[in-house]
Design a protein around this ligand. Structure first.
Ligand code: UD1
Ligand code: MG
Length: 451
C-alpha cells in the first residue's frame, strides 16, 4: 500500500480575524480549525505529518502534535505563495516516498471520505486535485480539463481569461501527489503571475507538460469552505452544530429543541439520552445511556454514567465523574470530583476536588471549601452519608460511611463512620416576642401618623 504523508499549510496569521491568536487556532465546536483538518487527515493513517507555520507560531505546531503526536513543523519566514510554503516541508519530509497530501489549516470541514478518495487517485508518478462546483466561483482557481476529464491546469482568478472565469469547477487547494513528482516539479514553479507568488497550483500544468496525469476528485462545496474572518468562523460553527445535532439524534438521543443545544466535536452521547433545551457541551464529555440532561446545563470535561440526571441549571466542569443514577440538580457545580452511584446533590452546591460515595445525600447549599488561597485540598465523603443543608466542608477532610452532618455545620475535622457531626450556636426561643414587637412598632407608627 502507498504510504501517505500530509503537509498542512498554516503559515497565514489571518489578519482579517483581527486577533492575537493565529487563525488556525480559533475554535469551532470546541476544536481548533487546524484540529478539525488534522482529525480528518488522520483517518488516512499518515506515516508523516508536517505543519508549515509562520515565524513565532510554535503554538500552532503544538496544537498539531496534540492531534498527531509525531507531527513536525517547518517554518515559512516569507510568505511567497502556496508552492513556496510546500517547499519548506521538503527537508523535514526527507526520504519519504509515497503520496503527499497537501491540506490547508483553515479549511476545517473537509471530510476523511473526500481525502481518502483524493489520495486513492494519486498513485506513483501522478497527482489528483480536489475540486468542487462553486455557487460563486469568484476568487477561486478554476480547473481546466482535457477531453479525458483529467485536469491540465489551474487558473487563478487574477490570471484567468473571460472564458476561463465562466468555469464553475473550482480548486479547493487540496491536492494529493506522488512524492517524487512533487519534488521534481516544485523547483520549476515560477512567480510570473498577477500576484508574483509561487503558486502550488502551477504543479498541474507542469505535470501535464511532463506527461503525468492529474486526476479530479470532487466534494461538496461546504467541505472546502475556508475561514478568513469571524463571520465565516460562525458559519463553520453553525454547519458543525447542525451536523452534530443530527448525528446524535440519529444515534438515539432525544433533543427536545435541537437548535438550542451545542456540542463539541468530541462529545460522546449514549442511547436514550434526553437533552432538554439550552444545553452546552464543552470538550471532553461522555454521556452514558439513559441519562437526562435538563435545561440550561453547561457541561465540559465530564463523564456522566447511565441513568444519571443532570440539571436544570447544572454546571459540570473538567474532572466531574457522575456515577450511575446520581442526581445533580439546579445550581450545582461539580469540578474534579467523583460522585458515587445514586448519590444526590440536588440544590445550590459546590463540589470541588471531592469524592462522594454511593447513595450519599448532599443537602442544599453544601460547599466543599477546597481552596485555602494557595492550594487545593480533597474532601472525601463516604457512602450513605447525610450532609445537612448549608454545610461547609473545610478540606482536607474525610467523612466516614453512614455519618450524618447537621444542617449549618462547618466541618473542619474528620468525621468517623456512623457519627453525627454538628457545629451550631445554641438556639434560643422567646415565647410571644414577635407579637409584642409588632404591637409596639404598630403603636409607634400610628402615633406618628396622627401628628
Ligand atoms: C488558493 C489556491 C486557489 C484555490 C483557493 C481555495 C493557490 C495559488 N491558489 O488561493 O486555486 O481556489 O486557495 O481557497 O494555491 N499559505 C501559506 N504560505 C503562503 C501562502 C499561503 O502558508 O505563502 C497558506 C494560507 O495560510 C492558506 C492557504 O495556504 O491557508 C491558501 O492560501 P491563500 O493565500 O488563501 O490562497 P488563495 O488565493 O485563496
Ligand atoms: Mg484563501
Amino acid at each position: 500500500m502507498t504510504e501517505i504523508a500530509i503537509i498542512v499549510l498554516a503559515a497565514g496569521k489571518g489578519t482579517r480575524m483581527k486577533s492575537d491568536l493565529p487563525k488556525v487556532l480559533h475554535r469551532a465546536a470546541g476544536r481548533s480549525l487546524l484540529g478539525h483538518a488534522l482529525h480528518a487527515a488522520s483517518a488516512l493513517n499518515p506515516k508523516e505529518a508536517v505543519v508549515v507555520i509562520g515565524p513565532g507560531m510554535e503554538a500552532v505546531a503544538a496544537e498539531a502534535r496534540s492531534v498527531i503526536p509525531s507531527a513536525r513543523q517547518a517554518v515559512q519566514v516569507d510568505r511567497l505563495g502556496t508552492g513556496h510554503a510546500v517547499s519548506m516541508a521538503r527537508e523535514v519530509l526527507g526520504g519519504f516516498a509515497g503520496t503527499v497530501l497537501i491540506l490547508y489549516g483553515d479549511v476545517p470541514l473537509i471530510s476523511a471520505r473526500s481525502l481518502t478518495h483524493l489520495a486513492s487517485l494519486a498513485g506513483p508518478g501522478c497527482m489528483a486535485v480536489l475540486g468542487f462546483e462553486a455557487a460563486n466561483p469568484h476568487g477561486y482557481g478554476r480547473l481546466l480539463r482535457n477531453f479525458a476529464g483529467n485536469v491540465i491546469a489551474i487558473r487563478e482568478e487574477l490570471d484567468a481569461s473571460v472564458e476561463e472565469k465562466s468555469i464553475t469547477l473550482c480548486n479547493s487547494g487540496i491536492i494529493a501527489i506522488d512524492s517524487d513528482l512533487l519534488w521534481a516539479l516544485l523547483p520549476r514553479i515560477g512567480n510570473t503571475n498577477a500576484k508574483g507568488e509561487y503558486y502550488l497550483t502551477d504543479l498541474v500544468e507542469l505535470a501535464a507538460t511532463a506527461g503525468a496525469t492529474c486526476a479530479l476528485a470532487t466534494c461538496p462545496e461546504f467541505e472546502v469552505a475556508g475561514v478568513n474572518d469571524r463571520v465565516q468562523l460562525a458559519g463553520i460553527e453553525a454547519t458543525l452544530q447542525a451536523a452534530y445535532r443530527r448525528m446524535h439524534m440519529l444515534n438515539g438521543a432525544t433533543l427536545v429543541s435541537p437548535d438550542t443545544v451545542f456540542f463539541s466535536a468530541d462529545t460522546l452521547i449514549g442511547r436514550d439520552v434526553v437533552i432538554e433545551p439550552h444545553v452546552v457541551f464543552g470538550p471532553g464529555v461522555t454521556v452514558g445511556d439513559g441519562v437526562e440532561i435538563l435545561a440550561f446545563s453547561h457541561i465540559e470535561g465530564a463523564t456522566i454514567c447511565e441513568g444519571a440526571r443532570i440539571g436544570p441549571y447544572a454546571r459540570l466542569r473538567p474532572g466531574a465523574e457522575i456515577g450511575a443514577e446520581a442526581h445533580i440538580g439546579n445550581f450545582v457545580e461539580v469540578k474534579k470530583s467523583i460522585i458515587g452511584k445514586g448519590a444526590k446533590a440536588n440544590h445550590l452546591t459546590y463540589i470541588g476536588d471531592a469524592r462522594v460515595g454511593a447513595k450519599t445525600n448532599i443537602g442544599a447549599g453544601t460547599i466543599t471549601c477546597n481552596y485555602d488561597g494557595y492550594e487545593k485540598h480533597l474532601t472525601d465523603i463516604g457512602e450513605n452519608v447525610f450532609v445537612g443543608s448549608n454545610t461547609a466542608l473545610v478540606a482536607p477532610v474525610k467523612i466516614g460511611n453512614g455519618a450524618s452532618i447537621a444542617a449549618g455545620s462547618v466541618i473542619t475535622r474528620n468525621v468517623p463512620a456512623d457519627a453525627l457531626a454538628m457545629t451550631r450556636p445554641g438556639l434560643e426561643i422567646r415565647d410571644g416576642w414577635a407579637a409584642r414587637y409588632r404591637e409596639i412598632k404598630a403603636a409607634k407608627k400610628a402615633a406618628k401618623n396622627k401628628t
